[in-house]
Structures are given as C-alpha cells and as structure tokens.
Design a protein around this ligand. Structure first.
Ligand code: 76R
Length: 289
C-alpha cells in the first residue's frame, strides 16, 4: 500500500461545505411569528452542532451571486456528515435556502518531509519494504506523528473564529511537463518546503485549513482561509501564485468569500438589515432551550 512516491498525510475532520441562496422575498413575505419559529428551530440545531465536541459548524454570509450562506460542517465521519446534511434539510428554513454548491473533503496535514524520513529510517533499520515488521514500524511512526500534540490539535481544531472566510478548491496540474504527479518526490518535497515558507511569512495573519478531496469531490483539495482582514487573502494568494507549486502546478476552482457570523446572529442574517456579526465566544452560542 505504501509507495515512497506518495506523501503520507494525517487526516482529521470530515468536512462538508454547503452554499445556499436565500430566497429573501419568500422569507420577507412570512409573518414575524412564523419567521421566529423557523429561526428558533434552525438556531437550536446549529447551536448544538457548533458546541458538540464531535462536530462543528461555521456560518458565513457570502458576497456575490454564488451564494448567500455557506455552512461549513465538521464531523468525525462521513456518516455523521450525512446525518447533519439530513438534519439541515429537515429544517423548515430549508424551504427558503436553495442549495447551489457543496464540497466534501477531509482535513489533512501533508507529510512530505516526514514520509521520506520514514522510508529512509526503515531502510536504515534493514526492514524489508512491505514486510509485516516494516508495515508495523511505518504505522507506529505515523501514529506517533498523529498523536504529537501540535498535530493532534490541528487535526481536530475548531473552525477558526476569524471574521473573514474564503474557500476554494484546487488541483495540482497533470499537463505535459507540468505534471505534479509525474514529478520526482524530492522535487515535490522541495516545492512544498518553499510553499510552507511563503505560507509561514503570513503566520498569525491567516489561518489555513487544507482538506483533501481526491476520491470524494471534483477537485483535489479544498482551501479554507480565515483572517481578520480580507486583504490578507489577496496578498497571500497573490504571493503563492509566484511560488512554483502554485505557479506551475496550481489549478483553481471558484472562490467563495464572506463574513463568518455566530449562530446567535442567524436572525440578523435572515432579516437582512445589517451584516450578522461574529461575536466573542461566550456570547456566540445562545442557550439551548
Ligand atoms: O501544514 C503546514 O503548515 C506545513 C506546511 C504546509 C503544507 C504541507 C502548508 C503551509 N501547506 C501545506 C500543504 Mn498550504 N496552502 C495552499 C493554498 O492559492 C494557492 O496558490 C494555494 C492555496 C494556500 C493559500 C496555502 C496557505 N497547501 C498544502 C496543500 C497540499 C499539497 C500536497 O500535498 O501536494 C495544498 C493544496 C495547499 C494549498 N499553506 C501553508 C498556506 C499557509 C498560509 C501555510 C503556512 C501555515 C503556517 O505555518 O502558518
């Protein structure tokens, strides 16, 4: 199963992004009492998902015509994501939310350097590749990485509570001389190291969540960026375009950009009079009735 050409990854949350259009005319035509009941039902579900240690939910008001609302679901399994999808679809609010797009992926930490280290170390130990002992030693080294506190925390981190969010899917190109997958491991590892360096120069200004979607969805990765200032997205993504991994190999899907808001602000979002806010943690979750 393990191939020295394939970088290993550590895998965390199962992620489902859903983009909806709000039928504002339809919503506005409802009576206040009915609006309140529909809103309360949705807030109850959303608040539960946002505070459960086994799930998380992010809400974002999107800019532009590609959607009005983005829900970002985190769960421990695809099964749990399926349950959440169905529970959202059972809400009365769904009569006013039209699904436009969705994206399925699993949060990943790429291990370019570490994979090479495992292969080298097992070779040095004289283990026969793919033997039982080799496999067991491989598993143990990966497992150790997954339990390393910094990695463990990132694999199941909560959705970053930063006001601005940007999501886009991407591929690594497979086109003639620019075929990422036909590029030797060492060259890819070197490019990823450079990529990480550029990324780290934005450390503190942006929180990125990379999720893998090969085998699940139409693109190969999902990129979620979170920042306190949207200009950071423009600067970061621009800087990345000059980095070889993106310049030569990056192919991008559509971008969704918007403002994260707290569950307790759903009513503000639905009313449409002001942009719903991202509140400080303690105020963010309404008490469950
Ligand atoms: O996880 C880590 O922080 C280690 C280094 C690292 C890896 C392995 C890293 C750092 N990234 C990794 C993997 Mn990234 N990243 C993107 C994009 O718009 C574009 O051009 C590309 C979209 C951005 C903006 C970004 C930001 N990264 C990946 C992968 C998997 C590739 C593979 O396995 O082949 C993709 C698709 C990808 C894409 N990256 C960082 C950032 C930032 C800001 C960092 C530094 C994080 C920090 O240390 O603060």
């Amino acid at each position: 199963m393990r191939n020295p050409n394939v970088p290993e990854s550590l895998d965390g949350w199962a992620i489902l992004h859903r983009m909806f259009r709000l039928n504002r005319r339809g919503w506005d035509a409802l009576g206040a009492e009915q609006q309140r009941a529909i809103e309360r039902e949705a807030v109850d579900l959303f608040a539960g998902l946002a505070r459960d240690p086994d799930t998380d939910l992010g809400l974002a008001q999107l800019l532009g015509h590609k959607g009005d609302l983005m829900l970002t679901h985190y769960a421990r399994s695809f099964d749990a994501l399926g349950e959440m999808q169905a529970r959202v679809d059972k809400l009365a609010l769904r009569d006013y939310l039209e699904p436009l797009e969705s994206y399925v992926s699993i949060l990943e930490l790429g291990l370019y350097e570490f994979t090479a280290k495992i292969h080298a170390e097992l070779r040095d130990r004289g283990l026969k590749p793919h033997s039982e002992a080799w496999n067991a030693a491989f598993d143990a080294m990966l497992d150790e990485q997954a339990h390393e506190p910094r990695n463990a925390a990132r694999l199941f981190a909560r959705i970053p509570q930063r006001r601005y969010a940007c999501f886009y899917p991407m591929n690594k190109k497979r086109d003639g001389a620019d075929n990422w997958y036909a590029t030797p491991y060492d060259e890819r590892a070197k490019m990823m190291l450079e990529h990480g360096k550029i990324g780290r120069s934005f450390h503190g200004h942006v929180t990125q969540v990379i999720s893998g979607s090969i085998g699940f969805d139409d693109w190969e990765w999902g990129v979620d960026l979170y920042a306190d200032d949207p200009l950071v997205f423009k600067k970061l993504v621009y800087a990345m375009r000059f980095d070889e991994a993106s310049a030569r190999f990056g192919e991008f899907g559509r971008f969704w950009t918007g403002m994260q808001f707290s569950v307790a602000q759903l009513g503000v979002f639905l009313a449409g009079a002001a942009s719903p806010a991202l509140l400080a943690d303690d105020a963010a979750q309404p008490a469950l009735r």
